[in-house]
Design a protein. Structure first.
Length: 270
């Protein structure tokens, strides 16, 4: 069941219980027309902080928009008992969207959120009509001790990360921007999410994406060079778009180019 938590002007914070224990996913909701749009953040992030500017841009605004925080992140609950696999994230997200009365949504998802969105579309196809993936993880990646991102977090055991100093070491490497939202995530949530992200899924996220029959767009920083496997993605109907003048956080680094590319991806079909 979903419930209104806070209302401020036209912006509403809602929530839905997504575990048997009653743990809740929360989201900021903006009113508008159907189909709804669902924005999903990456590892250690939160959707309102990463997506509000672009979601209210006139070229994307006007649709019912849910800026949703995955379980363990942001304003959502942080249960230590939850598994935080990509599949369990996707199923919990599906429960929240169902409680919100969402179906056939445009899903705009960044990094790990993009991986979750692919799994969501594969496991709960009635919930997703189009995907815009923002530099999402498509393949398993090796753990890399001392590095930033999921590969560095996953290099710790859970005990090392939660109580053995790993959390503090990651904090010091993350930098002030990422840490501003990472600090909101549960320690178990952050570690398990990173661990399962680097492990990926079976079939892989890339293989799942290739099999989907809905419109799909993949945005990546132009400076990264060609996306591996672009030819196969294009042949499968995935539109691969290189965005200039940005890093991994495309919507923050170059919101103008992000909005332009996303609006094109979500333009009405003839």
């Amino acid at each position: 069941m979903s419930s209104i938590v806070v209302t401020a002007g036209e912006q509403t914070v809602r929530s839905a219980a997504v575990t048997p224990e009653g743990d809740r996913i929360r989201w900021v909701e903006l009113p508008g027309q159907e189909p709804p749009r669902v924005y999903v953040h990456g590892l250690g992030a939160t959707s309102p902080a990463y997506f509000t500017e672009v979601a209210v841009d006139p070229r994307l605004a006007g649709h019912r928009s849910l800026l949703i925080d995955l379980l363990g992140h942001g304003i959502s609950d942080r249960p230590a008992h939850f598994g935080y696999t990509l599949e369990s994230h996707a199923d919990a997200l599906a429960d929240a969207l169902t409680a919100a009365g969402v179906s056939a949504a445009d899903v705009i998802a960044h990094s790990m959120g993009g991986s979750v969105a692919i799994v969501l579309a594969a496991r709960h196809p009635h919930l997703v009509s189009r995907l815009v993936l923002i530099d999402a993880n498509l393949d398993p990646i090796p753990r890399a001790p001392g590095s930033q991102g999921s590969s560095g977090i996953a290099a710790y055991s859970e005990e090392e990360f939660v109580t053995g100093g790993g959390w503090e070491e990651v904090r010091d490497r993350a930098g002030p921007h990422w840490w501003s939202t990472m600090r909101l995530a549960g320690r178990e949530a952050l570690h398990r999410s990173a661990l399962h992200l680097v492990r990926g899924t079976v079939p892989t996220m890339r293989e799942l994406l290739l099999e989907l029959k809905i419109p799909r767009t993949f945005l990546l920083p132009e400076s990264d060079g060609p996306l591996p496997g672009t030819d196969a993605l294009t042949e499968a109907g995935v539109s691969v778009v290189a965005v200039p003048d940005c890093g991994h956080n495309i919507m923050l680094d170059n919101p103008e180019a992000f909005v332009k590319a996303t609006a094109a991806a979500l333009a009405p079909q003839d």
